[in-house]
Design a protein around this ligand. Sequence first.
Ligand code: ADP
Ligand code: ZN
Ligand code: ZN
Length: 835
Amino acid sequence: MAEYIQIAVNVPRVQGVFDYHLPPELEGRLRPGHLVLAPFGPRLVQGVVLGTVAQPQVPETKAIDMLLDEQPVLTAQQLDLARHLSESCLAPLAACVSLMLPSGIGKLADVEYALTEEGEAFAGELSAGQARLHALLKERGALRGGQINRALPRKNWRSSGAALVNKGLAKTTALPPMPSARAKTVRTVEFVAAPADEKMLSKQATPRARRAKILEVLQREPGPMDADWLYAESQGSLADLHVLEELGFVRLSARESVRDPLAELAYDPSLPPHLTADQARVWDEVHKALANAQLNEVPKPILLHGVTGSGKTEIYLQAVAKALTQGKQAIVLVPEIALTPQTVRRILSRFPDQVGLLHSELSPGERYDTWRRARAGQISVVVGPRSALFAPLDRLGLIVVDEEHDDSYYEGEQMPHYHAREAAVAYARLAGAVCLLGSATPDVGSYSRTQRGGWQLLELPARILAHRDTARAHRERLGQAARYQAANEDAQALELPPVNIVDMRRELKAGNRSIFSRELQAALTETLEHRQQAILFLNRRGTATYVFCRDCGFVLRCPNCDNPLTQHLDSRSDKLLCHHCGYTRQTPKRCPNCDSVQIRHYRSGTVSVEAEVQRLFPKTRTLRWERSSTRTKGAHERILRDFGQHEADVLIGTQMLAKGLDLPLVTMVGVVLADVGLNMPDYRASERVFQVLTQVAGRAGRSPLGGRVVLQTFQPDHFAIQAAAKHDYAAFFTQESQDRRQLRYPPFAQLVRLEYRDANERKAEREARAVGERLAAMLRGRQATEMTGPVPAFFSRLRREYRWQIVLRGQQPAELIRELKLPNWRVEVDPPSLL
Ligand code: ADP
Ligand code: ZN
Ligand code: ZN
């Protein structure tokens, strides 16, 4: 029976799954995951083999043109994962397959042809076309398709190429299109023999001396030497090397240079410490899961809930080590490499030479090299942000998701819109690997799955006392006892820093118009006097968008759905809008609650906070850390290093401060306004505020010097603020999950967000309303699914486009719209934000 091959194509203008038949020379040679070239209309496109089908979708299939790379570009498990993502994210399979290819490959790649050993030696009969190509490759070595095109103009050499490959005389390798992404080679030179007489090297004295020097240098080298080094040491040139090679005194060859992004990151190898009692208890369970996975038992995902500094990272490291001794490989996902240099460095130093690092600052070439090394099995541990999940590893034993609550794990911009945490859990299940997720502030959905979703919960309740030396040295330098000293330095655990909630309504009443309360000013004074460091945190998300009363804290809400009203950013008029039901009203002149005129938008940025620090403490050295000031490569690292080396006293920053920093000299954290973000019209607003406050508070007091947190707010009674101040995750979770259950939000319901963007405001609205009517008609009579919108999105204009959205909420709204064709709409299932 004839077999048809199904391939996924994802190149500009062609996306989909298509069926082909096999030409005779490829029969029996194709496997799932192979990269092939296939005709599509008038051109050839690249596709990934998904498998075979008995019945093609079209009556007349075309033949696959050629196999581009003998080694599959995707593992079987990666294909499974792509299928899973396509199903669960309502995204085309071809787009999901493309996620797993390095940029370049799979787009408009080129192919390199080279003779095999057999081909080099071959002297038999060939057709004219084959003989021409054979001769060309023999003369010039490996060539790309484009180069062959130029050498053999107007010849249809591709079929000759396929025939040579089929005869085993030539082989092909797929190459990404950009020259920058080609494997880089370095010329090397090796000593073969010394001349009987130096005169043999040249008749003239100068070149003779140069070449003799080359041989002298080479003779001291045990093996091949990089030509660049040789030039530097001998003053010789490539021409000299060619002469020497001709004479048989040296051998020239090439070595593949691997572009190693880690080469510039300095680190020292480190040894694992003895685990604390808490860690040992957790490790027992993780170890058991890894051992059971080895016995083919499908492991449960493990959620490791531990306060900042409780030793989670150490558990990850031990788990990776265990996976490696099992002969397996591991993926460690971190939110953003640039923001988590300390974690990354710890992984590198524990597993020297075994780690592949993927991150956004890599060049396509570096990325391609890491991908290739991973595919060749030369990397045991892959570390990186969400895309690192897609590195081609075929012995996967462990996936770690550090800071699993972090929103950067979600791909909100491009199709497919996936959450790397959810993808990691699914991938681990498909691969029979252990998935270890950790956080000090677990995602509400994750935590609820430890209660009723088959996940295992492990906890590290106490901080580990680290940095004793730093603290001691600091005190000795100052010749004084630290103020906030932990009671017993030899104790294993360290208290979490006390949090002081400051009610900002009282500050205004007391006549303090500064953005810093009296408490915060006092705490800053004290910290600076002790020459310790302070962090001032400002929540950027949502500043200047909601309206509240400075006197009583009153926030304007929608009369229909109780959501906070926010300023509609585009309208020049002073309108407030509800992003759920579309209700609008004028911004009031007086507070409806207390009649105060102090009702207005909140505006503050790191610049004004810095100015205030300078005004109050003129001699203080400040550093600002936010995304806009750190566009250049390495800027994050530099800021963190400078601050870490105490070259500044106060670090002023935004959300980035919440990510895993370990700064021992920081003894005070001030939250300039805790409630920013609380009044965002989003179902996860409270969760996000709780997370960021808890994480930021966790930056204080990571050494025996102790620490404290001052948290300023206009809503001191809000449960998320209260819970964050007490470091009480359980209290937060209980209240939050109760609210979500009542309001039917994830994890108690599914959300589907449909979003339409258009540069034309009217067109965006028209399209949104039209689709809204279609959906409303579809949903009539289905009480289980609720629709909100169409309304302008909270961020109603992004990159010059107007955004409108429709949100479906219910048991399985994704199923309802699976077959719905909505070209140009963005469809997201359970997006972590509806803003
Ligand atoms: P987390 O990942 O939960 O924030 P870490 O693993 O970074 O916690 O641990 C916090 C600090 O304690 C780090 O400085 C780390 O080096 C140190 N540490 C962790 N485990 C141990 C241990 N068993 N013995 C000594 N120090 C440890
Ligand atoms: Zn008021
Ligand atoms: Zn409303």
